[in-house]
Design a protein around this ligand. Structure first.
Ligand code: SAH
Length: 380
């Protein structure tokens, strides 16, 4: 419920309080928590008038999230025990994100109301999953918006230093939030590219691959296992590369994966100067637009990095280009790619439209929730 849509506030709700939303005639629309500082002061959690937002309510929603992932998606399963357990609106729990790493959960509170219910939510999470530990992850942007503080680290169960998990039988071992040496660094993994990594694995045989913004090498490792001739993975984070090197060793593909720590744009420019070309280029940059306001600027950046990436694709080769900026729509993104192609005088044919896997679901009334767009294209 956007601020402009609110005509009147009855009573004197404080931030984080449970409030009811009524239409102008006084009919009940739903209930949620009050975030007076946000552009969205109430996110509806329940449309059932008799459903108060108690511990039992959270227990029910969280059990549901765990149950349908298990029965429909086989998560957790033998090959994959790292995945998204709760995806905010998509699981009827706006303001809450939970990632599962085997028996460890990483939780993120995005609204002050959810943050206030942390004790009930943590208890319900342990009950729904049997998790041994829960760590809290900070989201600087939401905290600032909503006005609360987070100290990253353990909030339930036994202390841990590492997140150890499997994704499609790759074994990763990353520092846990709040672990020594991890301060200020991205901890945890990007589960939203699981299916797209699997697609790249299928395409990689016999090809040379450039994996840009690789983090721990999710795409590069998949391509190496898929039979790529040679993979170069590029990221600016030494910690991420360290974890990738370990994972490549465990997967037995390390002799075909080379790592470069550095700025992806500079590496792209240098490769262009050296006239290096690759059969398959993956471009998965961090979020470039947080809000609609940054959109113009973000489009310009996507245009530039995609043009640079296209130059490095051998004739007839493949580009997998991704955008995780929610403010950029799928149509927008492909139009930007077509402009990049024109900039570098290439033709681009889209082969596949990919995106977030089903453990990142989106309510039909909230199509913007489909934040991840991945376009697989032939460059000629
Ligand atoms: N492709 C990855 C996820 C990428 S997330 C995967 O499959 O898991 C974005 C990554 O970009 C992060 O790992 C971050 O460290 C890296 N990054 C941010 N700015 C960068 C830059 N200028 N050059 C290279 N890497 C950068």
């Amino acid at each position: 419920m956007f601020a402009q849509a609110i005509a009147r506030i009855d009573g004197d709700p404080h931030e984080g309080d449970e409030v009811r939303v009524l239409d102008p005639r006084g009919n009940f629309l739903g209930r949620g928590f009050y975030s007076p500082k946000s552009a969205i002061p109430v996110r509806i959690l329940s449309r059932d008038a008799s459903d108060a937002l108690t511990g039992e309510f959270f227990a029910h929603r969280l059990r549901d999230a765990a149950t349908w992932r298990r029965s429909l998606l086989g998560l957790p399963g033998a090959d994959t025990d790292g995945f998204r357990l709760v995806h905010a609106e998509g699981d009827g729990l706006p303001g809450l994100i939970v990632d599962q790493y085997a028996d460890v959960l990483a939780v993120q509170f995005l609204t002050i109301g959810m943050k206030r219910r942390a004790p009930e939510i943590l208890e319900a999470l342990v009950a729904a999953t049997g998790a041994a530990s829960i760590v809290e992850v900070a989201s600087a942007r939401h905290q600032k918006l909503e006005g609360f503080e987070v100290r990253e680290g353990l909030v339930a169960g036994r202390p841990i230093e590492r997140l150890t998990f499997r994704e499609r039988n790759f074994e990763f071992d990353l520092p846990a939030p709040g672990a020594t040496g991890a301060a200020g660094q991205k901890t945890g993994y990007y589960f939203d590219q699981r299916e797209t990594r699997a697609v790249s694995e299928q395409l990689a045989a016999g090809r040379t691959v450039l994996d840009l913004y690789s983090y721990a090498g999710g795409f590069g490792l998949a391509c190496a296992r898929g039979g790529a001739k040679h993979v170069i993975s590029v990221d600016s984070s030494a910690l991420a590369i360290d974890c990738g090197v370990q994972a490549a060793n465990r997967a037995g593909v390390s002799e075909r994966v080379e790592w470069i720590r550095g700025d992806a744009r500079r590496v792209m420019n240098q490769f262009d100067v050296d006239e290096r070309r690759f059969d398959f280029v993956v471009l998965d940059p961090p979020k470039l637009a947080s809000t609609a306001r940054d959109l113009e600027e973000a489009r310009g950046q996507y245009r530039k990095i995609n043009a640079a990436a296209m130059r490095l694709v051998a004739p007839g080769g493949l580009l997998l280009s991704c955008s995780c900026s929610q403010a950029v729509t799928g149509g927008d993104f492909v139009r930007t790619l077509s402009i990049s192609a024109r900039d570098v005088r290439r033709d681009l044919t889209v082969l596949r439209w990919l995106g977030q896997p089903p453990d990142h679901p989106v309510p039909s009334a909230f199509p913007e929730g489909r934040y991840l767009k991945c376009v697989l294209a032939r460059v000629h």
